[in-house]
Design a protein. Structure first.
Length: 205
């Protein structure tokens, strides 16, 4: 695992996260810890069950010496910031296809399931980081693109549209810019932090 993928602020919170053992850490941070390709600055936790009302109290007790702000608190999602770090607990109804990876007591969604989730996300809220994450998954041969599509279909069923996913890969020019701190130097990297669309798109196909 690559703890250098965490920011200084997220590293301070990391030792406490094993207290949320009923959740699985997903998203870009879980992938960055496993691939070491970029820095990620927040935590996204998934559960197949509703968010219990007592979860907020647990968070407040665990981080009682930190500044906590509530962003959203419902039965489907709890999002807070702890000393400026965003932590989201999400009721996620789709079943993972593989067992999570356990690191220092924290359960992480595996690379294969993260790839499927990234593919699903592209049809809904595509970000440059989603494309970059998929690039590293495919280019480092953790999964081929057809395998990503197959896993996404198995996980999300009719909610995943392979044609829409492939279209999103083609129309990468519409994705907003965002700064990315790379820990590995991708072949498409030019300039400071952002990836040229044409090279990134070409690397995925």
């Amino acid at each position: 695992m690559y703890l250098e993928a965490l920011t200084l602020e997220t590293k301070k919170l990391w030792p406490q996260l094993n207290k949320f053992s009923e959740f699985v850490l997903a998203g870009g941070t879980a992938l960055a810890l496993q691939l070491g390709h970029r820095v990620s600055a927040d935590f996204d936790f998934f559960s197949e069950k509703e968010i219990e009302s007592s979860l907020l109290n647990r968070v407040e007790d665990l981080f009682k010496n930190s500044t906590i702000a509530i962003v959203l608190n419902t039965s489907e999602q709890l999002t807070v910031t702890v000393s400026g770090v965003k932590i989201t607990f999400l009721a996620y109804r789709f079943r993972r296809q593989n067992e999570p990876v356990i690191f220092e007591g924290v359960r992480l969604l595996g690379i294969r399931d993260i790839a499927a989730a990234k593919a699903y996300a592209l049809g809904r809220r595509a970000t440059l980081k989603d494309y970059v994450d998929l690039f590293f998954i495919v280019s480092e041969k953790h999964l081929a693109l057809p395998e990503v599509i197959d896993l996404a279909q198995k996980t999300y069923g009719d909610a995943f549209d392979p044609r829409l996913f492939l279209e999103e890969l083609v129309y990468l020019t519409d994705v907003p810019e965002e700064p990315i701190r790379f820990l590995k130097s991708p072949v498409f990297l030019e300039g400071k932090n952002n990836a040229p669309r044409s090279k990134l798109r070409g690397a995925l196909f």
